[in-house]
Structure formats: C-alpha cells, structure tokens
Design a protein around this ligand. Structure first.
Ligand SMILES: Nc1ncnc2c1ncn2[C@@H]1O[C@H](COP(=O)(O)OP(=O)(O)OP(=O)(O)O)[C@@H](O)[C@H]1O
Length: 210
C-alpha cells in the first residue's frame, strides 16, 4: 500500500528520515513511534501528499500521494482536524457527505454514536477539543477509506470515546483497512497493531534551513 525509497524530508533546518526505505502492506496496521520532533506527523503529511520529500520517493498504491485516485482511497485525521468553524456540526457533515456521495443521515448517526447528537446545530467553532476530534474522525472516515492516517486520534477524548473510536478502528482493521497511527497515548486497548516503526532510531541531521 505504501512504499518509500531513500526518503528524506528537510524541515526547519533538519533533514529527517535519512533515506528511509519502508514498505507497508495493504491491510497492515503500523504505529509510528519516537520522541517529539522526530518526524511522525511529517511522515503522515508525506503520505497525505501535503509534504514533498527533499530526496527519494513515496508511492501509495503504486501512485503519487497527490494522485486523485489516491485521495479517494485515503483518509487523514490531522491534529488538529481541519474543520469549518462557521458551519454547524450538521452542516460540516453534510458538506463532507456531499463531497464523497455519502448520506448526511449516515454521518449524523455515526457522530451521534460518538456522543455528538446534541451538537448537530452547534457551530464547529463552539465545540470542545474532544468534540472536534470526534467530528474530525467521522469526517476522515466518511468515505470508507482503504488507508487511514491517524495523527493522535485519542487526544482530548474521554474514556468512552476512546473505547468507541478503538472499537470502530478494530472493525475497520478486521475488514482490511491499512492504518498508520501516531499516538502518544497508550489506550490500554490493542488496536491490532502489526508493527511499530521507531522514527527516533533514525538520527536526524542538521544543516541549512529550508
Ligand atoms: N511547518 C513546519 N515548518 C518547519 N519545520 C517544521 C514544521 N513542522 C514541523 N517542523 C519540524 O520538523 C520536525 C519534525 O516535526 P514533527 O511534527 O513531524 O514531529 P513529531 O514526531 O510528530 O513530533 P510530536 O511528537 O511533538 O508531535 C521538527 O524538528 C519540527 O520542528
């Protein structure tokens, strides 16, 4: 599903990943680990087509990460989730549903199951951090992606929400979803992680700034 060859990314005067060769097979669940600043979010951004490598290459399902077809198979829960502050929760879901051809009701039901039922007519800008995270999760998974990039999906979630999101993810993983997860939180619940990649073990090199 994901392949990198000789991948390096220059950010903030630091060269990250040092020529990383990586293969993540379809259906695998991978956790990116390592200390603050080692490049976990940056690697997700590369997989999302939002950050261009300074060296090497990356493909998703054999294509460039920015390819249109890749966008349809990939979901990305960013930290923080990009949402429209001036839309209501219901309008945000309707917008995402329209983009992907998914019924608004189905998305409202999923949001309701995460405890957002009474937030439907509330502006996104007036949601709490945890509520935004839940909404971001529903949006990121609205089109039933085959690849899901997750940046701190459990941040700010209460224990019930952690359990609900974990259950949802486990179901998707069992159905063949490929996941790349960044999380500092040990939820205490196995997420069916096949492999942990320690980016901290790849020493960054410092040089001229970007
Ligand atoms: N927008 C940016 N512009 C310049 N440098 C950046 C930018 N975002 C991140 N960096 C730098 O890139 C490096 C990797 O950052 P990144 O956020 O990917 O690390 P991380 O492992 O996800 O960290 P954390 O665990 O704190 O979330 C850091 O040295 C950081 O300063």
């Amino acid at each position: 599903m994901i392949a990198t060859s000789g991948l390096s990314v220059r950010r903030g005067g630091t060269e990250l990943f040092g020529g990383l060769d990586l293969h993540i097979e379809a259906g695998q669940s991978v956790r990116l680990a390592g200390p603050n600043g080692c490049g976990k979010s940056t690697l997700l951004a590369v997989f999302a087509g939002l950050c261009t490598p300074s060296a090497g290459s990356v493909t998703i399902a054999g294509r460039d990460p920015g390819d249109r077809a890749v966008r349809a198979l990939r979901g990305f829960l960013q930290e923080p989730p990009p949402l429209y502050e001036h839309l209501t929760t219901g309008e945000q879901l309707a917008l995402v549903g329209r983009l992907w051809g998914v019924r608004k009701k189905a998305l409202l039901d999923r949001a309701g199951a995460l405890g957002l039922a009474d937030r439907r007519d509330v502006l996104v800008g007036e949601l709490s951090l945890g509520q935004r995270k839940k909404l971001g999760y529903v949006c990121a998974t609205a089109h039933e992606p085959r690849l899901l990039l997750l940046d701190e999906p459990f941040n700010a979630l209460d224990p019930d929400a952690v359990a609900s999101v974990t259950d949802d993810l486990r179901r998707r993983v069992r159905d063949g979803l490929t996941t790349v997860l960044v999380s500092h939180l040990d939820t205490g619940e196995p997420l069916l992680i096949d492999r942990t990649i320690d980016l901290g073990a790849l020493a960054p090199t410092t040089g001229d700034g970007e």
